[in-house]
Ligand binder design. Structure first.
Ligand code: MN
Length: 414
């Protein structure tokens, strides 16, 4: 028996939105490359371990695309190798929830080559395999005990577990994330455990019961923090010892994150020059690799004077518009510390109206707007950036401008 094991295709992902079309193309191209290589290998089973889609930024044409690629995988395998292939899929956290599951879009009554696991039916059985497919759960350890353990009772055939969650001692589990342990996995005596959710490829790992854990990682670069080693596994499970073959998929674009850091305060121009150097160096890498790419420059350190906006990035904009390989440069100056303004108040202790009382009645407007904006930030700001989206921000800005325009400052009324 020959398997293909893949995960985290994230078809439809278009983050960062500034380069949405490039990103969508990268993820669907990676999936096409995977399908090509799986057809080539001629496998009996394909295990897709969650996050086939990225629901939040998915487009309808990509649903059709995915459906067609899965169909092609099945028909071309049959044509080339004269045998059917079965595709088994579980739901990841990016595929949606049970009530709004993108995997529903690819199900089809005539698609007998496809098996999509349900929340209330997590077992697939045929003459060879007993597969338990666990959709995504916040608490994967609890879901394992409650759902997976009973689903393996009395199992016949090769026992395989698919899950979308972290494995302690195998994946590097982020703090406070739930995970299952290798011992827990071994307790259901699996021959194979195939997992998604962890995006970095892991080499096969022997479980205490003698079975194998395998995490292929994502098919494309999910974000700037990832390393470019992407692809999936082919597993040959014929003899005594299974064979694992890594099939690399080269990311479509170079995607890099670099830092500009100063341990003491600098002029805006110093930061500008360092950013330009980093982008220049990246441009040379792109030429060397003959590849398009994007780079994020994180700037960190103190400003001797001025504001982050005084770091003149027009040379970077010029490079982007003149070099077709350089698709996007994102300079992140959130890490810049500004010179301390004298008397910045502890906000909790200051009555804003009193603080601006020299402005007369307008101090009331300032006080009201200050309260509204603070409230909005607390309730609606992004957890990642602490900022509001444009649609949340624009009404506040409008109101602020209107209040300004109702007053006249420094002019005598005619
Ligand atoms: Mn994922």
């Amino acid at each position: 028996m020959r398997f293909a094991v893949l995960a985290d295709a994230h078809i439809g992902r278009s983050i960062p939105l500034a380069i949405a079309e490039h990103r969508r193309r990268a993820f669907s191209t990676a999936f096409t490359k995977a399908v090509d290589a799986i057809v080539e290998a001629g496998v009996d089973y394909v295990f897709i371990c969650g996050d086939l889609f990225e629901r939040r930024t998915l487009r309808p044409y990509l649903v059709q695309f995915t459906h067609d690629e899965l169909y092609r995988l099945s028909t071309e395998t049959e044509e080339r190798h004269g045998k059917p292939t079965k595709i088994l899929i579980i739901r990841g956290n990016h595929d949606g929830r049970s009530q709004s599951d993108t995997l529903d879009y690819i199900k089809h009554p005539l698609a007998d080559y496809l098996h999509v696991f349900e929340d209330d039916n997590i077992t697939y059985k045929d003459e060879n395999l007993h597969v338990v497919g666990l959709n995504y759960y916040d608490q994967v350890d609890r879901a394992f005990d409650q759902l997976v353990v009973p689903a393996f009772q009395g199992a016949e055939g090769t026992r395989i577990l698919m899950l979308h969650g972290f494995v302690q001692g195998y994946n590097q589990v982020p703090p406070y994330e739930s995970s299952v342990t290798l011992d827990q996995l071994a307790s259901v005596e699996p021959a194979f455990v195939f997992t998604g959710h962890y995006h970095r490829r892991c080499p096969r790992r022997r479980l205490p019961n003698g079975g194998w854990a395998l995490t292929p990682g994502s098919l494309e670069m999910y974000d700037f923090a990832e390393t470019p080693e992407k692809g999936f596994y082919i597993v040959d499970a014929n003899g005594e010892e299974p064979q694992f073959t890594w099939v690399p998929i080269e990311p479509m674009h170079a995607m890099k994150q670099v830092r500009v850091v100063s341990d003491h305060s600098r002029e805006p121009q110093w930061y500008r020059d360092r950013v330009v150097e980093k982008v220049e160096a990246f441009r040379e890498e792109l030429v060397g690799a003959g590849k398009e790419g994007y780079i994020r420059v994180r700037v960190q350190g103190g400003l001797r004077n001025g504001y982050p906006g005084d770091i003149d990035l027009s040379p970077v904009d010029e490079m982007v518009s003149s070099d077709p390989l350089l698709l996007w440069v994102d300079v992140d100056t959130l890490g810049i510390e500004m010179p301390l303004l004298a008397g910045v108040p502890e906000r909790e202790l200051v009555d804003v109206r009193a603080f601006f009382s020299a402005m007369g009645e307008f101090a009331d407007d300032i006080g009201e707007m200050h309260g509204r904006i603070r409230e909005t930030l607390e309730e609606e700001a992004s957890l990642q950036t602490g900022l509001l989206t444009p649609s949340q921000r624009i009404p506040l800005v409008k109101e602020w401008v209107e209040r300004f325009e109702k007053r006249s400052f420094g002019e005598d009324e005619p």
